[in-house]
Structure formats: structure tokens, C-alpha cells
Design a protein around this ligand. Structure first.
Ligand code: PRP
Ligand code: URA
Length: 210
């Protein structure tokens, strides 16, 4: 059975998401908000990181304390829009490596087209979080995750900001082992396969194109 998607409805995330959706939010603020939402979501997506006990000397005494133990991570943004999430998550997990997968949707068929892939050489030994703000039809996420599995990656999470029910169904059916995190599950897709109400084209809003 597929992992149940985690929908993060924390008030801070919902507030920032509303600002992201607003068509009057410009690129600078959009980038900042994308980073802030990513950091808040990272908190939940890393909840299961294993800890180990160590001894630390405080100014007062020796304390048994916990630190994150061993699990090596990699973040893989789907270009372009996923880039908007990378720096934020690296702020919290600076030791992680970063791979890039370039995929765009064909404007006529809306099917994903892969055009770039550069991954850490030890990607198969790492737990991977795939980053993309939008899960629309799910084609891009499904293909990116299939590629990572072909490279030998065993543990994969997918973090997006807005998902359409169609994309969520597609992804959880194709990759039931992948834990999905999102901030909102929207109504659906329009005739051009854009999420409604969504926030428009995430890549264009982050980079100011169009
Ligand atoms: C967007 C978005 C996802 C994809 C989602 O990228 O960032 O990667 O669409 O759609 P899907 O779930 O139907 O595959 P886009 O193709 O617009 O490329 P861009 O980021 O380079 O603009
Ligand atoms: N890609 C986006 O950036 N937005 C959508 O609504 C769908 C795909």
C-alpha cells in the first residue's frame, strides 16, 4: 500500500502559501516565500532522521545528548523550479549533496521531456529528497524518481508545495514506496494541465521569465 501523503497545513505554511498564490506577488518575494515554505516543510520531511547519543560537556556538567547519525542525504531539484527550494533546504542540512534533473513539459502533449541529469557519484548510497514546487499531472516527478531508482537509489521522498489530485494519484500509484510531502492539495487541473487554483507557472514566477 502507498505511503499516505503528508499535507502540511501548519498556519505559517498556509499563510506563506497564500502570498505565493497571489498574482501580485513579484519574483523577489516569490523566491523568498518559496525558500521559507521549503524550510518549514523540511522540518517535517526530516522528522525520521536517526539520532545517536553522545556525551557533551556543557559549562555545568557532562550531558548525554543526541546528534543526527550517519544517514547520508542528497537533494535533487527538478529544473527549473526546484532550484528555488535548494538553498533553503541546504541551510538546514548543509552536509547534503545536490543532484540536478532537468525536465520540462512538452507544451502540446504536457508529457515530461528529460534534458539534463547530473547526480552525485554515490547517489545510490544516499537518502534522496526530490524537490519541485508543483505536482500537476505527476509526469515530471514520476520520471525523475524512476531515473533515480534506475541509478540504484533505495529511499526517496518527494517534496512539493502544491499538488493536484491527478498528480498525487499518478505519483503514489507509480511509486507507492515514495513518501510525498506537500503544503496543499488543490482542486485539479485545467485544460492546459495547470493546477487550479495553483499559483501559475512556478518557474516563470521564480525566475521572472515570461
Ligand atoms: C513545471 C514544474 C514541474 C512540472 C509539473 O515545470 O516545475 O516540474 O511543471 O508538471 P507535471 O506534474 O504535469 O509534470 P515546467 O515543465 O514548467 O518546467 P520549468 O520549471 O523549466 O518551467
Ligand atoms: N507547472 C507549473 O509551474 N504550474 C502548474 O500549475 C503546472 C505545472
Amino acid at each position: 500500500m502507498a505511503n499516505k501523503p503528508v499535507i502540511m497545513d501548519h498556519p505559517l505554511i498556509q499563510h506563506k502559501l497564500s502570498l505565493l498564490r497571489d498574482k501580485n506577488t513579484g519574483s523577489k518575494e516569490f523566491r523568498e516565500l518559496t525558500a521559507e515554505v521549503t524550510m518549514l516543510m523540511c522540518y517535517e520531511a526530516t522528522r525520521d532522521l536517526p539520532l545517536k547519543e553522545v556525551e557533551i560537556e556543557t559549562p555545568m556538567a557532562v550531558a548525554k545528548a543526541k546528534i543526527i547519525s550517519g544517514r547520508k542525504m542528497a537533494f535533487v531539484p527538478i529544473l527549473r523550479a526546484g532550484i528555488g527550494m535548494v538553498d533553503a533546504i541546504l541551510t538546514l542540512v548543509p552536509a547534503a549533496k545536490v543532484g540536478h534533473i532537468g525536465i520540462y513539459r512538452d507544451p502540446d502533449t504536457h508529457k515530461p521531456v528529460e534534458y539534463y541529469c547530473k547526480l552525485p557519484s554515490d547517489i545510490a548510497d544516499r537518502e534522496v529528497i526530490v524537490l519541485d514546487p508543483m505536482l500537476a499531472t505527476g509526469g515530471s516527478a514520476v520520471d525523475a524518481i524512476s531515473l533515480l531508482k534506475r541509478k540504484g537509489v533505495k529511499t526517496i521522498k518527494f517534496m512539493c508545495i502544491i499538488a493536484a489530485p491527478e498528480g498525487m494519484e499518478h505519483l503514489t500509484t507509480a511509486h507507492p514506496d515514495v513518501q510525498v510531502y506537500c503544503a496543499a492539495l488543490d482542486e485539479g487541473l485545467n485544460e492546459n494541465k495547470y493546477i487550479v487554483p495553483g499559483l501559475g507557472d512556478a518557474g516563470d514566477r521564480i525566475f521572472g521569465t515570461k
